[in-house]
Design a protein around this ligand. Sequence first.
Ligand code: ZN
Length: 376
Amino acid sequence: MPNPKHLTERIFQSPSKYIQGPNAIKNAAKYLGSLGRSPLLTVDNIVYEIAGRQLISALESAEFKVTRGTFGGEASTEEINRLTTLGRDSQVDFVIALGGGKTIDTAKAIADQLQVQVAVLPTTASTDAPCSALSVIYTPGGEFDKYTFYDKNPTIVLVDTSVIVKAPPRFLAAGIGDALATNVEARRSKTSPNFGGLLPTEVSEAICTKCEDILFKYGKQAYEANKAQAVTPAFEAVVEANTLCSGLGFESGGLAAAHAIHNGFTAIHAMHGLMHGEKVAFGIVCQLVLDGADIAELDRYISLMLSVDLPVTFEQLGIPKVTDEEIRSVAKLACAPGETIWNMETAINEDIVYHAIKGANAASVSYIKRTDWTKQ
Ligand SMILES: [Zn+2]
Protein backbone atom coordinates (compact mmCIF):
# COMPACT_ATOMS: atom_id res chain seq x y z
CA MET A 1 0.00 0.00 0.00
CA PRO A 2 1.48 3.42 -0.88
CA ASN A 3 2.77 5.37 2.11
CA PRO A 4 0.97 3.36 4.83
CA LYS A 5 2.82 5.22 7.60
CA HIS A 6 2.05 8.70 6.20
CA LEU A 7 5.73 9.52 5.81
CA THR A 8 6.72 13.12 5.21
CA GLU A 9 10.51 12.87 4.88
CA ARG A 10 12.41 12.11 1.68
CA ILE A 11 15.72 10.29 1.37
CA PHE A 12 18.44 9.88 -1.24
CA GLN A 13 21.38 7.55 -0.57
CA SER A 14 24.42 6.52 -2.60
CA PRO A 15 28.01 5.27 -2.43
CA SER A 16 30.60 7.88 -1.35
CA LYS A 17 32.52 7.60 -4.62
CA TYR A 18 31.81 6.21 -8.08
CA ILE A 19 34.78 5.90 -10.44
CA GLN A 20 34.50 4.55 -13.99
CA GLY A 21 37.03 4.24 -16.81
CA PRO A 22 39.31 1.95 -18.78
CA ASN A 23 42.21 1.87 -16.27
CA ALA A 24 40.32 1.61 -13.00
CA ILE A 25 41.80 -1.72 -11.84
CA LYS A 26 45.35 -0.74 -12.74
CA ASN A 27 44.91 2.31 -10.51
CA ALA A 28 42.98 0.47 -7.79
CA ALA A 29 45.56 1.02 -5.03
CA LYS A 30 45.17 4.78 -5.42
CA TYR A 31 41.39 4.60 -4.93
CA LEU A 32 41.21 1.86 -2.28
CA GLY A 33 44.01 3.03 0.03
CA SER A 34 41.63 5.03 2.22
CA LEU A 35 39.70 1.86 3.16
CA GLY A 36 42.55 -0.13 4.66
CA ARG A 37 45.48 -2.34 3.74
CA SER A 38 44.24 -5.90 4.32
CA PRO A 39 41.21 -6.60 2.15
CA LEU A 40 39.21 -9.80 1.77
CA LEU A 41 38.86 -10.19 -2.00
CA THR A 42 35.58 -11.96 -2.84
CA VAL A 43 36.01 -13.41 -6.32
CA ASP A 44 35.01 -16.59 -8.13
CA ASN A 45 37.55 -18.74 -9.96
CA ILE A 46 36.56 -17.53 -13.43
CA VAL A 47 36.76 -13.83 -12.60
CA TYR A 48 40.02 -14.44 -10.74
CA GLU A 49 41.60 -15.43 -14.05
CA ILE A 50 39.99 -12.51 -15.94
CA ALA A 51 40.74 -9.67 -13.52
CA GLY A 52 41.57 -11.00 -10.03
CA ARG A 53 45.19 -11.76 -10.68
CA GLN A 54 45.70 -8.26 -12.14
CA LEU A 55 43.95 -6.62 -9.19
CA ILE A 56 45.95 -8.57 -6.59
CA SER A 57 49.24 -7.67 -8.26
CA ALA A 58 48.22 -3.99 -8.49
CA LEU A 59 47.38 -4.01 -4.77
CA GLU A 60 50.36 -6.08 -3.61
CA SER A 61 52.80 -3.83 -5.43
CA ALA A 62 51.36 -1.03 -3.26
CA GLU A 63 51.87 -3.21 -0.16
CA PHE A 64 48.33 -4.35 0.45
CA LYS A 65 47.93 -7.77 2.09
CA VAL A 66 45.14 -9.47 0.13
CA THR A 67 43.18 -12.50 1.43
CA ARG A 68 41.50 -14.31 -1.45
CA GLY A 69 38.00 -15.55 -0.62
CA THR A 70 36.81 -17.84 -3.40
CA PHE A 71 33.13 -17.30 -4.07
CA GLY A 72 31.21 -20.52 -4.78
CA GLY A 73 28.52 -19.02 -7.04
CA GLU A 74 25.36 -18.47 -4.97
CA ALA A 75 24.56 -15.43 -2.78
CA SER A 76 23.22 -17.65 0.00
CA THR A 77 23.36 -17.27 3.78
CA GLU A 78 25.62 -20.35 3.96
CA GLU A 79 28.16 -18.84 1.52
CA ILE A 80 28.09 -15.47 3.30
CA ASN A 81 28.77 -17.08 6.69
CA ARG A 82 31.61 -19.21 5.30
CA LEU A 83 33.44 -16.20 3.80
CA THR A 84 32.72 -14.02 6.85
CA THR A 85 34.57 -16.58 8.99
CA LEU A 86 37.52 -16.48 6.58
CA GLY A 87 37.58 -12.68 6.74
CA ARG A 88 37.42 -12.71 10.55
CA ASP A 89 40.19 -15.31 10.86
CA SER A 90 42.40 -13.33 8.45
CA GLN A 91 41.73 -10.07 10.33
CA VAL A 92 40.84 -8.18 7.15
CA ASP A 93 40.09 -4.46 7.43
CA PHE A 94 37.81 -4.09 4.39
CA VAL A 95 36.10 -6.20 1.74
CA ILE A 96 36.45 -6.05 -2.04
CA ALA A 97 33.82 -7.49 -4.36
CA LEU A 98 35.19 -8.38 -7.78
CA GLY A 99 32.64 -9.96 -10.10
CA GLY A 100 28.95 -9.96 -11.00
CA GLY A 101 25.78 -9.30 -9.01
CA LYS A 102 25.86 -12.37 -6.78
CA THR A 103 29.53 -11.87 -5.84
CA ILE A 104 28.74 -8.24 -5.03
CA ASP A 105 25.66 -9.07 -2.95
CA THR A 106 27.68 -11.66 -1.03
CA ALA A 107 30.57 -9.25 -0.37
CA LYS A 108 28.20 -6.53 0.89
CA ALA A 109 26.72 -9.02 3.36
CA ILE A 110 30.18 -10.11 4.54
CA ALA A 111 31.28 -6.49 5.06
CA ASP A 112 28.12 -5.85 7.07
CA GLN A 113 28.75 -8.85 9.32
CA LEU A 114 32.41 -7.85 9.80
CA GLN A 115 31.40 -4.19 10.31
CA VAL A 116 33.97 -2.97 7.75
CA GLN A 117 33.70 -0.96 4.53
CA VAL A 118 33.22 -2.54 1.11
CA ALA A 119 34.59 -1.57 -2.29
CA VAL A 120 32.69 -2.92 -5.27
CA LEU A 121 34.53 -3.65 -8.52
CA PRO A 122 31.95 -5.03 -10.95
CA THR A 123 33.33 -7.02 -13.88
CA THR A 124 30.05 -6.95 -15.80
CA ALA A 125 27.43 -4.25 -16.26
CA SER A 126 24.72 -6.84 -15.83
CA THR A 127 22.92 -5.64 -12.68
CA ASP A 128 22.37 -2.60 -10.54
CA ALA A 129 23.81 -4.32 -7.47
CA PRO A 130 27.10 -2.35 -7.14
CA CYS A 131 25.83 0.94 -5.67
CA SER A 132 23.05 -0.12 -3.32
CA ALA A 133 22.95 -0.81 0.43
CA LEU A 134 21.07 -4.06 0.02
CA SER A 135 21.62 -7.63 -1.14
CA VAL A 136 19.31 -10.08 -2.79
CA ILE A 137 19.79 -13.38 -0.98
CA TYR A 138 19.00 -16.67 -2.68
CA THR A 139 18.62 -20.21 -1.39
CA PRO A 140 21.58 -22.51 -2.14
CA GLY A 141 19.32 -23.89 -4.94
CA GLY A 142 19.00 -20.46 -6.59
CA GLU A 143 15.47 -19.42 -5.59
CA PHE A 144 14.76 -15.89 -4.36
CA ASP A 145 14.99 -15.86 -0.57
CA LYS A 146 14.92 -12.27 0.72
CA TYR A 147 16.27 -8.72 0.52
CA THR A 148 18.81 -7.82 3.22
CA PHE A 149 19.39 -4.16 4.06
CA TYR A 150 22.55 -2.48 5.41
CA ASP A 151 23.32 0.74 7.26
CA LYS A 152 25.77 1.93 4.61
CA ASN A 153 26.10 1.87 0.83
CA PRO A 154 29.41 0.56 -0.55
CA THR A 155 32.07 3.20 0.10
CA ILE A 156 33.64 2.98 -3.34
CA VAL A 157 32.34 1.64 -6.64
CA LEU A 158 35.18 1.21 -9.13
CA VAL A 159 34.17 0.24 -12.66
CA ASP A 160 36.87 -0.79 -15.14
CA THR A 161 35.29 -0.56 -18.59
CA SER A 162 38.24 -2.35 -20.24
CA VAL A 163 37.27 -5.43 -18.17
CA ILE A 164 33.52 -4.98 -18.61
CA VAL A 165 33.84 -4.82 -22.41
CA LYS A 166 35.39 -8.30 -22.37
CA ALA A 167 32.29 -9.83 -20.78
CA PRO A 168 29.81 -11.43 -23.18
CA PRO A 169 27.36 -8.85 -24.65
CA ARG A 170 24.55 -10.88 -23.07
CA PHE A 171 25.66 -9.47 -19.69
CA LEU A 172 25.39 -5.86 -20.89
CA ALA A 173 21.97 -6.66 -22.36
CA ALA A 174 20.81 -8.12 -19.04
CA GLY A 175 22.02 -4.91 -17.35
CA ILE A 176 19.99 -2.93 -19.87
CA GLY A 177 16.92 -4.99 -18.91
CA ASP A 178 17.50 -4.29 -15.23
CA ALA A 179 18.20 -0.59 -15.86
CA LEU A 180 15.24 -0.12 -18.18
CA ALA A 181 12.98 -1.27 -15.35
CA THR A 182 14.27 1.54 -13.10
CA ASN A 183 12.17 4.39 -14.46
CA VAL A 184 9.22 2.17 -15.35
CA GLU A 185 8.98 1.05 -11.72
CA ALA A 186 10.03 4.26 -9.93
CA ARG A 187 7.33 6.31 -11.65
CA ARG A 188 4.75 3.89 -10.21
CA SER A 189 6.09 4.05 -6.66
CA LYS A 190 6.46 7.80 -6.15
CA THR A 191 4.20 7.89 -3.12
CA SER A 192 5.69 4.79 -1.47
CA PRO A 193 8.73 4.40 0.76
CA ASN A 194 11.89 3.64 -1.25
CA PHE A 195 14.66 1.28 -0.08
CA GLY A 196 15.81 3.95 2.38
CA GLY A 197 12.39 3.68 4.04
CA LEU A 198 11.31 7.23 3.18
CA LEU A 199 9.86 9.01 0.13
CA PRO A 200 11.80 9.54 -3.13
CA THR A 201 13.47 12.88 -3.93
CA GLU A 202 13.32 14.92 -7.13
CA VAL A 203 16.95 13.93 -7.74
CA SER A 204 16.14 10.25 -7.88
CA GLU A 205 13.37 10.96 -10.34
CA ALA A 206 15.81 12.88 -12.55
CA ILE A 207 18.30 10.00 -12.39
CA CYS A 208 15.64 7.45 -13.37
CA THR A 209 14.62 9.53 -16.36
CA LYS A 210 18.24 10.04 -17.41
CA CYS A 211 18.85 6.30 -17.09
CA GLU A 212 16.04 5.58 -19.52
CA ASP A 213 17.13 8.33 -21.95
CA ILE A 214 20.64 6.84 -22.16
CA LEU A 215 19.29 3.35 -22.83
CA PHE A 216 16.98 4.48 -25.65
CA LYS A 217 19.75 6.62 -27.15
CA TYR A 218 22.72 4.26 -26.82
CA GLY A 219 21.50 0.81 -25.71
CA LYS A 220 21.64 -0.88 -29.11
CA GLN A 221 24.87 0.90 -30.11
CA ALA A 222 26.59 -0.10 -26.87
CA TYR A 223 25.45 -3.71 -27.30
CA GLU A 224 27.04 -3.81 -30.77
CA ALA A 225 30.22 -2.11 -29.48
CA ASN A 226 30.42 -4.77 -26.77
CA LYS A 227 30.34 -7.49 -29.44
CA ALA A 228 33.41 -5.83 -31.00
CA GLN A 229 34.98 -5.28 -27.53
CA ALA A 230 35.07 -1.54 -28.28
CA VAL A 231 35.00 0.91 -25.35
CA THR A 232 33.14 3.74 -27.08
CA PRO A 233 31.33 6.77 -25.60
CA ALA A 234 28.02 4.90 -26.12
CA PHE A 235 29.42 1.90 -24.25
CA GLU A 236 30.68 4.06 -21.37
CA ALA A 237 27.28 5.79 -21.18
CA VAL A 238 25.36 2.51 -21.00
CA VAL A 239 27.73 1.07 -18.39
CA GLU A 240 27.00 4.18 -16.32
CA ALA A 241 23.25 3.84 -16.91
CA ASN A 242 23.28 0.15 -15.91
CA THR A 243 25.51 0.62 -12.88
CA LEU A 244 25.20 4.13 -11.45
CA CYS A 245 21.89 5.51 -12.70
CA SER A 246 20.02 2.24 -12.29
CA GLY A 247 21.58 1.60 -8.88
CA LEU A 248 20.80 5.03 -7.46
CA GLY A 249 17.46 5.12 -9.24
CA PHE A 250 15.99 1.87 -8.00
CA GLU A 251 17.26 2.30 -4.44
CA SER A 252 16.10 5.86 -3.92
CA GLY A 253 13.19 5.68 -6.39
CA GLY A 254 11.64 2.34 -5.51
CA LEU A 255 10.61 -0.85 -7.29
CA ALA A 256 7.13 -1.98 -8.31
CA ALA A 257 5.73 -4.89 -10.36
CA ALA A 258 8.56 -5.73 -12.78
CA HIS A 259 10.91 -6.90 -10.02
CA ALA A 260 8.14 -8.55 -7.99
CA ILE A 261 7.13 -10.59 -11.05
CA HIS A 262 10.82 -11.38 -11.64
CA ASN A 263 11.00 -12.72 -8.11
CA GLY A 264 7.96 -14.87 -8.86
CA PHE A 265 9.63 -16.30 -11.96
CA THR A 266 12.70 -17.42 -9.99
CA ALA A 267 10.52 -20.30 -8.71
CA ILE A 268 10.19 -21.76 -12.24
CA HIS A 269 13.04 -24.20 -12.57
CA ALA A 270 13.26 -24.07 -16.37
CA MET A 271 14.23 -20.37 -16.08
CA HIS A 272 17.20 -20.80 -13.76
CA GLY A 273 19.63 -20.38 -16.66
CA LEU A 274 18.35 -16.85 -17.29
CA MET A 275 20.04 -13.77 -15.87
CA HIS A 276 18.34 -11.40 -13.42
CA GLY A 277 17.95 -8.64 -16.03
CA GLU A 278 16.53 -11.04 -18.59
CA LYS A 279 13.69 -12.02 -16.30
CA VAL A 280 13.22 -8.37 -15.30
CA ALA A 281 12.92 -7.52 -19.03
CA PHE A 282 9.79 -9.64 -19.28
CA GLY A 283 8.66 -8.10 -16.00
CA ILE A 284 8.87 -4.65 -17.65
CA VAL A 285 6.32 -5.70 -20.26
CA CYS A 286 4.09 -7.02 -17.44
CA GLN A 287 4.48 -3.73 -15.55
CA LEU A 288 3.53 -1.71 -18.65
CA VAL A 289 0.48 -3.90 -19.22
CA LEU A 290 -0.55 -3.39 -15.58
CA ASP A 291 -0.08 0.36 -16.07
CA GLY A 292 -2.47 0.33 -19.01
CA ALA A 293 0.24 1.53 -21.42
CA ASP A 294 -0.98 2.15 -24.96
CA ILE A 295 0.34 0.14 -27.88
CA ALA A 296 2.85 2.79 -29.00
CA GLU A 297 4.46 2.85 -25.56
CA LEU A 298 4.54 -0.94 -25.27
CA ASP A 299 6.09 -1.20 -28.74
CA ARG A 300 8.81 1.32 -27.88
CA TYR A 301 10.06 -0.73 -24.92
CA ILE A 302 9.58 -4.13 -26.58
CA SER A 303 11.50 -2.95 -29.64
CA LEU A 304 14.48 -1.74 -27.57
CA MET A 305 14.58 -4.98 -25.61
CA LEU A 306 14.37 -7.15 -28.74
CA SER A 307 17.16 -5.08 -30.35
CA VAL A 308 19.52 -6.26 -27.60
CA ASP A 309 18.16 -9.82 -27.63
CA LEU A 310 16.31 -9.61 -24.31
CA PRO A 311 13.47 -12.12 -23.85
CA VAL A 312 9.96 -10.65 -23.99
CA THR A 313 7.82 -13.73 -24.70
CA PHE A 314 7.30 -17.07 -22.93
CA GLU A 315 9.06 -18.75 -25.83
CA GLN A 316 12.09 -16.47 -25.54
CA LEU A 317 12.13 -17.08 -21.78
CA GLY A 318 12.47 -20.78 -22.57
CA ILE A 319 9.00 -21.67 -21.23
CA PRO A 320 6.88 -22.00 -24.42
CA LYS A 321 4.57 -24.50 -22.73
CA VAL A 322 4.15 -22.71 -19.41
CA THR A 323 0.82 -23.69 -17.85
CA ASP A 324 -1.84 -21.38 -16.41
CA GLU A 325 -1.20 -23.05 -13.09
CA GLU A 326 2.49 -22.09 -13.21
CA ILE A 327 1.64 -18.50 -14.16
CA ARG A 328 -0.75 -18.40 -11.21
CA SER A 329 2.07 -19.53 -8.92
CA VAL A 330 4.32 -16.73 -10.28
CA ALA A 331 1.50 -14.21 -9.67
CA LYS A 332 1.05 -15.53 -6.14
CA LEU A 333 4.75 -15.08 -5.32
CA ALA A 334 4.79 -11.62 -6.95
CA CYS A 335 1.98 -10.64 -4.58
CA ALA A 336 3.64 -12.02 -1.43
CA PRO A 337 3.35 -9.74 1.62
CA GLY A 338 6.10 -7.10 1.58
CA GLU A 339 6.75 -7.44 -2.17
CA THR A 340 7.49 -4.24 -4.08
CA ILE A 341 4.34 -4.70 -6.17
CA TRP A 342 2.42 -3.25 -3.21
CA ASN A 343 4.18 0.10 -3.81
CA MET A 344 1.79 0.68 -6.70
CA GLU A 345 -1.23 2.90 -6.31
CA THR A 346 -3.47 0.87 -8.59
CA ALA A 347 -5.45 -2.17 -7.43
CA ILE A 348 -3.31 -5.29 -7.26
CA ASN A 349 -4.21 -8.88 -6.56
CA GLU A 350 -3.04 -12.29 -7.78
CA ASP A 351 -5.70 -12.47 -10.44
CA ILE A 352 -4.81 -9.05 -11.88
CA VAL A 353 -1.12 -10.02 -12.01
CA TYR A 354 -1.92 -13.40 -13.59
CA HIS A 355 -3.79 -11.63 -16.40
CA ALA A 356 -1.01 -9.03 -16.81
CA ILE A 357 1.60 -11.78 -17.28
CA LYS A 358 -0.51 -13.43 -19.99
CA GLY A 359 -1.24 -10.02 -21.53
CA ALA A 360 2.49 -9.18 -21.60
CA ASN A 361 3.29 -12.31 -23.57
CA ALA A 362 0.43 -11.54 -25.96
CA ALA A 363 1.64 -7.94 -26.48
CA SER A 364 5.19 -9.07 -27.32
CA VAL A 365 4.03 -11.90 -29.59
CA SER A 366 1.80 -9.42 -31.41
CA TYR A 367 4.68 -6.94 -31.84
CA ILE A 368 6.96 -9.64 -33.26
CA LYS A 369 4.27 -10.74 -35.75
CA ARG A 370 3.24 -7.22 -36.80
CA THR A 371 6.79 -6.07 -37.44
CA ASP A 372 8.08 -9.35 -38.86
CA TRP A 373 10.78 -8.98 -36.21
CA THR A 374 12.42 -12.37 -36.70
CA LYS A 375 13.27 -11.46 -40.31
CA GLN A 376 14.90 -8.14 -39.42
ZN1 ZN B 1 17.23 -5.55 -10.50
